[in-house]
Design a binder for this molecule. Structure first.
Ligand code: ZN
Ligand code: ZN
Length: 660
């Protein structure tokens, strides 16, 4: 009597046995409909066994095995198993996440994409490579089996051209290529470029913005070998690709490669595992690599490929600091920056004022008693949105109308405090009344459609000054942009998070790279109270290596990653006491098994300690050895799963956490 061992998308780290009378070994990797907790559920068959430990009387029969699509291959199942093991997450839930929603529900897309191209892929108008690009391309082409390349190239150095040529080589040899990018917003431009270049190739997009049916058929195109190139955000790392011969992860340092809920995986790290598993090369590209990746490249684990020059004749932008201790600010803007903006306006060039909004959002304040608009559900301030006259919590989404008077003292004269993008917009339009100002933030670019419309306005020269946040830092070329002003960056210099300087450097380097891309020279002006800070000096010298080396020395001295490996146990409950006591119990239970190689810190409230009426705390676990940490976590998670929680307490484990 054959038994199917089925993974189900439920929060239990186990497989479930069902009787399947007509099961064959080929059913491994197929979906099955099974009875579970009084309902029919779709699961994935991971094994066909001859016997079960279950009491034969309790063994239920599967309702059906779905043989309407090819079974998921062994390497795909192994990838999911790796994620379950490494991120300490139930395998059934990993598979539930990796499968497109339609397939997870036991369905198939109605319309299947046509066949794979026509077999004739025509390469259109490749650019001529410079010597550096040629050398990188040759190194990647010469890779024999698994190898990780760090393609470290300054902005505008032509990394994408190296990716495309490498993909061309792979397609010519009959392989499939997977290219990961950090943001959905970046995929349409890239998709157009790739489809244009590889005429006749079947290019599949995979990101959360793709509708259910299209996502499922894209997945099947991958699985059945029709897709030639897959372009996508982090979830595309789970695309089954039987002929996969190359993985590219562009902007590999980008924090959005790490998922912040559910399966807290790093798509970049999973991609490296996948390349190793398949014995193929992987290219990690960035102008500002993550310190982990840079460290691996320096120590020889990864191979460093460098593009030190811009592909065009254009020099890198000139970076200068404006010392705001000496320069008096008017509404947050220095006279030097205002003059530079006016200058560009006169010449008909574009400028960008970049605002690092972290900790810099405008709140409503009472100058009489010091009251500040505060979210009643979170330990965060409500942010003032002047456009629709609302207060909003950027963490939980709570909305409120603007009070007419101070709720504490009744003062009628409430003022915005801090400079958000909207406030900056009104200041700039007062100072430069003829300028056409375009604000780009999560509000004005809330949908991909709105975002594309904004980009079109910028490209057609419909704006003189752009005001933008993090979104602007990523991969867009604006030929007429010649000035970037940076406002409010200092806050990140003193953040509690040890990764804040790394993020700030990457952000400013990238945003600076937006300027001066065509035939016009670019300039970056950074307003700061700390012009001598090593970060700003490294930026002025375009010296990533100096910055990274200094940071790595600091991390080494402090024992931070990449010189140690970390995991965070986070808990949330109605009261902080409850969260902390759960973590204390978890710590106590771990002490015996932690041994001398694993360090357990004390439970502490999180930086944003209160979110949506829940009090949050965390416990950091650290080890100099990844295997030691993994071994410890594997044992610990079993203990944690057995702890009584109750009182609405929820917890999760985050392996290699990025946010603290
Ligand atoms: Zn007041
Ligand atoms: Zn809130």
């Amino acid at each position: 009597m054959p038994i199917a061992r089925v993974a189900l998308d439920v929060p239990l780290a186990m497989l479930f046995d069902y009787r399947v009378d007509d099961a064959v070994p080929d059913d491994i990797g197929r979906r099955a409909i099974v009875p579970f907790a009084g309902a029919a559920k779709v699961g994935l068959i991971l094994d066909i066994a001859a016997a079960t430990d279950l009491d034969p009387g309790k063994l239920k029969a599967a309702e059906a095995v779905l043989r309407d699509m090819p079974a998921l291959p062994a390497d795909w199942l192994a990838l999911c198993e790796f994620c379950a093991r490494y991120y300490q997450y139930p395998l059934g839930q990993v598979i539930g996440f990796a499968l497109p929603p339609l397939l997870r529900r036991g369905k198939l897309p109605k319309r299947r994409t046509a066949r794979r191209g026509d077999g004739d892929i025509e390469i259109r108008e490749p650019k001529t490579l410079n010597a550096d690009q040629e050398a990188c391309l040759a190194a990647i082409a010469a890779a024999d089996g698994f190898q990780v390349f760090l393609l470290h190239g300054v902005t505008g150095s032509g990394k994408t051209e190296v990716y495309l040529r490498s993909i061309e080589n792979v397609l010519a040899a009959g392989g499939q290529a997977l290219m990961l990018v950090p943001e959905i917003a970046l995929t349409p431009q890239l998709e157009a470029r790739v489809s244009e270049r590889f005429h006749g190739a079947h290019v599949v997009s995979a990101h959360s913005g793709v509708a259910d049916a299209a996502r499922a058929s894209g997945f099947l195109d991958g699985l059945e070998g029709r897709a030639d190139i897959v372009l996508g955000t982090r979830l595309s790392v789970f695309m089954p690709l039987p002929r996969l011969k190359l993985i590219v992860a562009d902007e590999e340092h980008d924090a959005s490669f790490k998922q912040q809920d559910g399966l807290r995986y790093s798509a970049r790290d999973v991609a490296v595992f996948r390349a190793k598993q398949l014995g193929i090369p992987i290219v990690l590209g960035s102008a500002t690599p993550s310190l982990e990746t840079f460290h691996h490249a320096k120590s020889g684990r990864y191979r460093m490929l460098e593009l030190p020059n811009r592909a065009t004749a254009q020099a890198l932008p000139k970076v200068r600091t404006v010392d705001t201790r000496k320069e008096k600010l008017q509404d947050g803007l220095s006279a030097i920056l205002l003059a530079a903006l006016a200058d560009r306006l006169e010449r008909g060039e574009q400028s960008l004022v970049f605002l690092n909004r972290r900790g810099y959002a405008p709140v409503l304040a009472c100058p009489a008693c010091g009251w500040i608009s505060h979210c009643r559900r979170c330990s965060a301030n409500l942010v003032l949105h002047l456009a629709d006259k609302r207060l909003r919590c950027h963490h939980c989404g709570l909305e409120a109308s603007i009070p007419r008077a101070c709720p504490d003292c009744g003062n009628l004269d409430l003022h915005p405090f801090g400079r958000g993008t909207q406030r900056l917009e009104s200041t700039l339009s007062e100072r430069l009344p003829t300028a056409r100002i375009l604000r780009i933030d999560r509000d004005s670019a809330s949908t991909p459609k709105k975002w594309q419309a904004l980009l079109a306005t910028i490209h057609t020269g419909g704006a003189d000054i752009l005001i933008g946040t993090q979104m602007m830092a990523k991969g867009h070329d604006f030929p007429r942009l010649t000035l970037v002003g940076v406002v409010g960056a200092d806050a990140a210099l003193f953040a509690a998070d040890f990764r804040a300087p790394e993020r700030l450097f990457a952000q400013l380097m990238q945003v600076g790279g937006r300027s001066g891309r065509a035939d016009l020279p670019g300039e970056v002006l950074i307003q700061t109270e700390y012009p001598e800070h090593p970060i700003y000096r490294a930026l002025a010298g375009h010296d990533y290596a100096a910055f990274a080396t200094a940071q790595l020395e600091e991390r080494h001295a402090a024992g931070f990653p990449p010189f140690s490996f970390q995991a965070l146990l986070r808990a949330e409950a109605k009261t902080m006491e409850r969260s902390l006591s759960f973590l204390a119990e978890a710590r106590e239970k771990a002490e015996a098994s932690a041994g001398e190689h694993v360090l357990l810190y004390d439970p502490v409230p999180m930086r944003l300690s209160r979110l949506m009426n829940l009090e949050r705390a965390q416990l950091l676990v650290e080890s100099a050895s990844r295997p030691a940490l993994q071994e410890f976590l594997t044992a610990w998670i079993e203990v944690l799963r057995g702890l009584k929680t109750g009182h609405g307490l929820r917890w999760h484990l985050d392996v290699d956490p990025l946010e603290f």
